[in-house]
Each structure stands twice: as C-alpha cells, then as structure tokens.
Design a protein around this ligand. Structure first.
Ligand code: SF4
Length: 359
C-alpha cells in the first residue's frame, strides 16, 4: 500500500544548514493560500489511497490549530479504510502548544517526529538553529496522547565535542522516545553555513554515530536503517515503504512522488505552485523521469541495503547486477544470511562504496 507525503513549505526562520524548501516568516494569509492550493492539488488524486501519512517540511507545526485541522481533514480523505496505520507530523520544539497537539491527535495523527538535534546551545548556535524547549514539546505531545514519538539528533557539527554528543543522547533517552534518528550534518553550497566556509566533519560524525549506536543498542533501540533506531515494533512504516521501493504520492511544493518507476517532483516555488493550482492546472514539475528496469533495480538495491534486513537474495532486482553482487559477496563487503543479502553491520556506516556499485 502506498504512502502519502505532504510538504509544508513554511518555517519560522531559516536554519543555517537547511537546504529543504521552505519560506521563512510567512503570515497566516500565505499559509491559507497554500492550503487552498493543496486542496486543489489533492483534487487531481481523488482515487488515491494510502496506509501511511508523513507531514514534513518545512515546519508543519508553524500552522495554526485551525490550519492543522484543515490540513488533517484533507489528508484523512486519502486514508485507506478510513484511518492511517501510521500518521506522522514533524514538529519543531519552539512552535508547538497544547492546542496544536490536541488538534493533531484529534485529526488522526498517531506519531510525531521532534527535531531536537542537540541540547547544547553552542551546537544549536553553530547550526544557526532557534533553540526550543524539546522537553516541553515532548511532554505536550505525550499529554495529547502521542504514544509514538521520534527524536532527531545531529552529529558531525563542527567543533561538537564528544561530551555534547553524550549529553544530547542522555537528554533524549531520559524522555524514552519510541524512535531516534541520527543524521550527520551536511553543508550545502548556498546555505549560510556553506557561504561561511564551514566544512563537514565526516570523521566526527562517524565517531558520534558509533557511540550513539552502541548506547542506543544497550537501551533497547535496534538499528533498522543506517540512521534510524527504534524500540521493538516502532520502526517508521512510512519510511520503510520508501526504503523498500514502494510507491508514494507527494503533495505540496518540492514534494516528490513515485509510482511504479515513474518519478516526479514539484517545483520548489510556493508562488508558482499556488498560481498554477488557482488557474486549475497541475503545479509545475522540477523533474519527471521514467526509470529504466536497471535504474529501478539499482535504486531498490541502494535503498534496501541501507536497511538492516537487507534484501531477499532471490529478488529478481539482482539479475542485472549479478556479477557485481558476486564480487562484493566474495570480498566480504556484502553478506548472505538466511536468504538475505546485507551489508555487514560493522560496515553499514561507510557503505557508500558498496552502494555505488549498483548505480
Ligand atoms: S526547521 Fe527544518 S526545514 Fe525549517 S529551516 Fe530549519 S532545518 Fe530547514
């Protein structure tokens, strides 16, 4: 069953490293206009049904309670069987209050992903990210009935000390979230951090990932994807569908969609998005491609090998890549266990050279 993704293109302010599409500081009128355009875009897909929903951005939690209700009404109309098996929304700590959390729960959301990143004011300052009360936001979500919450942590931030990594992890674990994501900082050209000449710290990110990975394992969180850890049964279903090569529909500017080898993305431009839909047209596409069988197989292998479960060895997607697969197995860069092909756990973090064989 496919997933539904909605991209909310607004943030209160822009973080220094961010290259996601979002408009900082927009007012309620711009958000209402986007919601009307989103409703019009949804009208092109009335027959579509999904069993998971992921509302990301941007910062979905900058929407007002009324706007959240409107958004969730719309999203809910796509739920297979009347409700989503999993429905997540991303939250930025400084933008949540009890009324919004109640609107989220009443609107059918059952999972929240909270962008904590770090508990260190110094690290958040380097990232040029607004500090927010992640503990307060977490408690607000629990108070509204959210029993499935994920926290995001960031590693590889220039000058981030090991103590700061340990402290962020301890602060996260003290809340006992159901899921933790750990992402290395990427610095892109054109972002404020890129323009300031800051460099990525891949070695620091790897060291921090190994430390966090070991501690999370001790605390009962299993790593099921390179960057994602969960208590038993709390893996993110929406993202698992994506990593397993499933279909998904993306709504909103900058959202990507994938249907049986057809992949397209909407232009990251709020004005063009709204204007096209107000004129009764589909929003402009930034890309549209039909993937060849080989490309589809290569992509599914690259995504699937990021998962701890790996890929079934008998899957026909390996046919095209048989020679490369054999070489990697013989060299110990891949392992075959219980009929599944995987990257050995110790190598998972540095798996890019293996994955590039399937491009
Ligand atoms: S809150 Fe998220 S989407 Fe918004 S600017 Fe920061 S990193 Fe980007």
């Amino acid at each position: 069953m496919p997933g539904l993704y909605v991209h909310v293109p607004f943030c209160r302010s822009k973080c220094g490293y961010c290259d996601f599409y979002s408009v900082p500081g927009a007012g309620e009128a711009a958000m209402d206009r986007w919601l009307s355009a989103l409703e019009a875009e949804a009208g092109f897909y009335t027959g579509f049904r999904a069993d998971t929903l992921f509302i990301g951005g941007g910062t979905p939690s900058v929407l007002s309670p009324d706007q959240l209700r409107r958004l969730l009404d719309l999203a809910g109309s796509f739920a297979a069987g009347g409700s989503f098996a999993e429905a997540t929304m991303e939250i930025n700590p400084g933008t949540l209050d009890a009324e919004k959390a109640a609107a989220m729960a009443a609107g059918g959301l059952n999972r929240a992903s909270l962008g904590m990143q770090s508990d260190s004011p110094g690290v958040l300052g380097t990232l040029r990210r607004e500090p927010g009360d992640f503990r307060g936001a977490f408690r607000t979500l629990r108070g509204a009935g959210f029993a499935n919450i994920s926290l995001d942590l960031m590693t590889g931030v220039p000058s981030q000390a090991e103590e700061e990594v340990r402290s962020a992890l301890a602060a996260a674990l003290a809340l006992r979230p159901e899921h933790v994501s750990v992402y290395p900082l990427e610095i892109h050209d054109g972002t404020p951090l890129g323009s300031a000449g800051l460099a990525e710290d891949p070695d620091g990110a790897e060291t921090a990932w190994r430390l966090i990975s070991a501690e999370l394992d001790k605390a009962g969180y299993a790593r099921y994807e390179v960057s994602n850890f969960a208590l038993p049964g709390r893996e993110c279903r929406h993202n698992l569908n994506y990593w397993r090569g499933g279909d998904y529909l993306g709504l909103g500017p900058a959202a990507a969609s994938h249907f049986s080898g057809l992949r397209y993305a909407t232009e990251p431009d709020l004005e063009k998005y709204c204007a096209a839909l107000e004129a009764g047209r589909q929003p402009p596409r930034a890309s549209l491609e039909v993937l060849s069988e080989r490309q589809r197989a290569g992509e599914r292998i690259m995504l699937g090998l990021r998962l701890k479960e790996g890929i079934e060895a008998s899957d026909p997607i390996f046919i095209e890549f048989k020679a490369g697969l054999g070489e990697l197995l013989a060299a110990g860069k891949l392992e075959l266990e219980e009929g599944r092909v995987r990257i050995p756990a110790k190598d998972l973090y540095v798996s890019n050279s293996v994955l590039s064989r399937f491009v």
